[in-house]
Design a binder for this molecule. Structure first.
Ligand SMILES: [Zn+2]
Length: 82
């Protein structure tokens, strides 16, 4: 089993070791995250939806900051890391 999703033992976002739970990141493909970071992603997703952005950012490769997002910038290269 070499799937990085299962072989990683630390959260991709905050670096905390996993407890019993690992969640799939919505924004990063094949990236396991901890429950706490999943809650953060859920909050970001909720705010994106409020801005009219629904599934457009799934797997976009970085964690968007709703405070900085402009809807027209969604087509820009996804090279930003938070
Ligand atoms: Zn985490």
């Amino acid at each position: 089993m070499n799937d990085p999703f299962f072989t990683k033992n630390k959260c991709d976002h905050c670096g905390q070791p996993f407890g019993a739970i690992r969640m799939a990141s919505w924004f990063l493909d094949n990236s396991p995250i901890c429950q706490k970071c999943d809650n953060k992603e859920s909050e970001i997703k909720r705010r994106l939806r409020n801005m009219g952005i629904h599934d457009a950012m799934e797997g976009c490769g970085y964690i968007p900051n709703p405070d900085e997002i402009q809807v027209h910038a969604l087509n820009a290269p996804a090279n930003k890391k938070v």
